[in-house]
Design a binder for this molecule. Sequence first.
Ligand SMILES: *Cc1c(COP(=O)(O)O)cnc(C)c1O
Length: 394
Amino acid sequence: MSFNLVQAYARAPMVFERGEGSWLFDTQGEKWLDAGAGIAVNVLGHADPRLVRVLTEQAGRLWHTSNLYRIAEQERLAQALTERTFAASVFFTNSGTEACEAAVKMARRYWHIKGSPERNEIITLNASFHGRSLGMISAAGGEKLIDGFSPLLPGFRRVDANDSDAVAEAVDANTAAIMVEPVLGEGGILPLEDWYLAGLRELCDRTGCLLILDEIQCGMGRTGKLFAHEWTGIEPDIMAIAKGIGGGFPLGACLAKAHAAEGISPGTHGSTYGGNPLACRIGREVLDIVAEPEFLADVREKAGRLRQRLEAVVATRPDIFTEIRGSGLMLGLVCKVPGSDVIEAGYRRNLLTVPASGNVVRILPPLTATPDELDEVCLRLDSAAAEIEAGSHA
Ligand SMILES: *Cc1c(COP(=O)(O)O)cnc(C)c1O
C-alpha cells in the first residue's frame, strides 16, 4: 500500500503489469481471469492488437491540438456515432462524469434559450450513479456519495426506479429533464423495465421534458445491443457515454438530437482535452468493432450461455446467492452473504469481479471473452461460493 496516495480507495493488493484478452498477469507471476474489465471499460479485453496498433500509429502522428481548431479524428468519430445512433451531434469529454455534466448543462441551456429558465430541475433515480463531481453527486444523492460534501447543488429531484406514478407526479412546471441509467450499474445492476422506459419517453413527449440516458456503463455493446435503450425501441434526447467507448483510454461523450443541443453555442461549454485526436482515434476503432452486427450477436449468444450457467450456480448455492439479474454481459449476483466475501473468495481463485450496492457482485467480462473463459468464470464463482458455504458450516 502506498501512503503517498490520497486514501480514496480500498484497494486489493495485487499489482497487474500485463494483460492479454480476458487475462491479467501480476508482479508475482500469477494469472488472473478478468470478469470486471476495469468496471465495464475494457470491452475488447486487454492489449487488443487492433487498439494497440491504432494507438501507436496515432501517437506517432498527433496527440493534442485543442478545440481551438478543427480535429479530423473528432469529426470522424462524431460521424460514426451519429450514423449508428439517434443523435445528430456529439460533445466529447474525458470521462463519464463530464459526459453527464454536459448532458445536464445542455438540458438547462435548452430551456434557457427557449425563454423558460425556470425549467431547470432534473429528475433522477434513487440508487443511481452519474459520477463524482459536485454536480453529479448532487444529482444521484446517495448517502455515501454526498457524506461530508455539503452544500450540494440544488435543482435535482429523485424518485424510485420503475415507479411510473412517482416520476409522473414529480414532473412539474420546473422540470427540464429526466436522467436515468437504463440498467443501474453502481446501484446493483437494476434494469429499468421496458414499460417504464417507454413510459418515461411518453411522459417527456407529453410535458416537453428532455430524456437523458446515462449509458456510460450499460452502453457500448454491454447488453448485447450497441446501446441498452435499443432493446425498448425508444430514443433519448441526450445520452452520456464513456467507459467502453475508449476501451481503456479515457474518453466520454454527450450525444444529442438536434433540438436538444441547440442551447450549446460557441463559448457556452468546453474542455481542454475532450475529443483529442488520440482518444478519438481509439474510440473510432472500438466503435467500428463493437457496432458490427456479428459482434453484437456473439455478445448476445455468449451472454445467454453465461446467464444459464450462473442461474445454475445460484440454484446450487442458495445459502450464498438469492438471484442473478441484469442484461447481456452486465450481470449482478445478489448475495445472501456480504458481497465482499464472494469477491475475496474469487480473488483466492484468481478471479476478478466488481462490487456494487446492495450486496451485489457484478460480472462485467470483456465483450470478447470466449465461451470457455465465461464457463471458467462460473466454475471459479461456484468454487468461491463452496468455500464460503464450508466456512459458514464450520
Ligand atoms: C462510471 C459511471 C459514471 C462516471 O464515469 P467516470 O468516468 O468515472 O467519471 C457515470 N455514470 C455511470 C452510469 C457510470 O457507470
